[in-house]
Design a protein around this ligand. Structure first.
Ligand SMILES: C[S@@+](CC[C@H](N)C(=O)[O-])C[C@H]1O[C@@H](n2cnc3c(N)ncnc32)[C@H](O)[C@@H]1O
Length: 278
């Protein structure tokens, strides 16, 4: 039995707006803790600047925002893709100037934040979006900005949620972020005890974080070969390819010309690489 389930209606449907809205309409929100997660509450208690620009993506019932407001924070934005939920939040927080409630896709969102709080959003996304998540988080954060929250340190038989491990997160986020904390959460809510990591990652503003669409790879062997070739470029610090082989994230000390990347993979005429613009 998987108590965290995000798909009480159907796990076959794509994880799009319709899927998530259906869960809220049916009140099938198995992931909802009903209260702020204690590790995030402790973290908020340690924050000093009440004017920090804070974003909570995939906010759900957003107990975090409620707590931030209670503590006097004045610049909170929450975003979720599910219209039924967002309409409810707009009513709940009506006339509160300290919180902005946005209906939309996180990956389309524009803004600049000092802190982004992760709570059961990363794990709700199909894993092929993980490289895009790193790229987008890096873009949305101001210099010195922080991404912090909880990530599962386990796998699930039925997904979503999609699990992961500390090693996997290290490989994914390395060089784009400086890891100031990544450890087993000490005071998780009961259903998530010993199964989640608390993290605090600081944006690394000294590097280029670029996302490219990639065409032509059909197996993990070819993915390994391409990743190894890109990793061998002098200025490249980290290369990570999406699980469906359609996107590649490259972190580098300086901009790598697109033509150079295309030339490196020109040994196979099927391979096409294009930069994804923000
Ligand atoms: C597992 S729920 C977590 C909700 C909340 N953070 C919590 O912990 O209770 C995932 C949330 O992400 C939202 N979501 C999924 N994909 C999204 C996207 N691309 N942009 C914005 N929100 C999204 C869903 O509507 C849902 O509310």
């Amino acid at each position: 039995m998987n108590n965290e389930q995000c798909c009480t209606i159907s796990c076959e449907s794509p994880l799009d707006q319709k899927h998530w809205d259906t869960q809220y309409k049916a009140q099938a929100t198995g992931w909802d803790l009903g209260a702020i997660a204690p590790p995030i509450q402790n973290y908020i208690d340690s924050l000093v600047n009440k004017e920090s620009r804070i974003l909570i993506p995939g906010c759900g019932n957003t107990y975090e925002a409620e707590y931030l407001l209670e503590k006097g924070f004045t610049n909170i934005t929450v975003i979720d893709i599910a219209p039924t939920l967002v309409a409810m939040l707009q009513q709940k927080f009506a006339d509160n100037p300290n919180i902005k409630i946005v209906l939309g896709d996180f990956f389309e969102h524009q803004g600049e934040y000092d802190l982004i709080i992760e709570q059961t959003f990363f794990c709700a996304l199909p894993p092929f979006l993980r490289q895009k998540y790193v790229w987008k988080m890096h873009q949305l954060l101001a210099d010195g900005g922080i991404l912090s929250g909880l990530l599962f340190n386990r796998t699930f038989e039925v997904s979503p949620p999609f699990g992961g491990s500390q090693n996997e997160y290290e490989m994914l986020f390395k060089e784009a972020f400086v890891f100031t904390k990544l450890e087993m959460a000490k005071n998780s809510a009961e259903p998530r005890k010993n199964s989640e990591l608390f993290f605090e990652f600081k944006k690394n503003s000294t590097v280029q974080v670029r996302l490219y669409s990639f065409e032509g790879i059909t197996c993990s062997g070819c993915m390994e070969t391409v990743s190894t070739k890109f990793s061998a470029i002098n200025e490249v610090l980290n290369v990570s390819m999406s699980t469906d082989f359609s996107e590649v994230l490259i972190i580098s000390k300086k901009e790598i010309p697109l033509q150079e990347l295309q030339t490196i993979v020109s040994y196979d005429e099927k391979y096409k690489i294009l930069q994804i613009e923000s």
